[in-house]
Design a protein around this ligand. Structure first.
Ligand SMILES: [Zn+2]
Length: 60
């Protein structure tokens, strides 16, 4: 008989709960395109934590 293996998997919530709305903040890559003077776009990539407070701004 094989020894019973007990695997413990600790699932830690990586997200931080928002103290305002209580939703788990989800890290989301937010890309903001800005047009520069010579008609080229510059992309600003930002990692933002999205909760109910700012999801409308981020996904707008
Ligand atoms: Zn919030």
């Amino acid at each position: 008989m094989a020894k019973q293996e007990v695997k413990k998997s600790v699932v830690k919530e990586k997200g931080v709960k928002c103290t305002v709305c209580g939703t788990l903040k989800v890290p989301t890559l937010y890309v903001n395109a800005t047009k520069s003077a010579n008609n080229s776009y510059r992309f600003n990539k930002r990692l933002v934590s999205v909760c109910k407070c700012n999801e409308k701004e981020v996904y707008a």
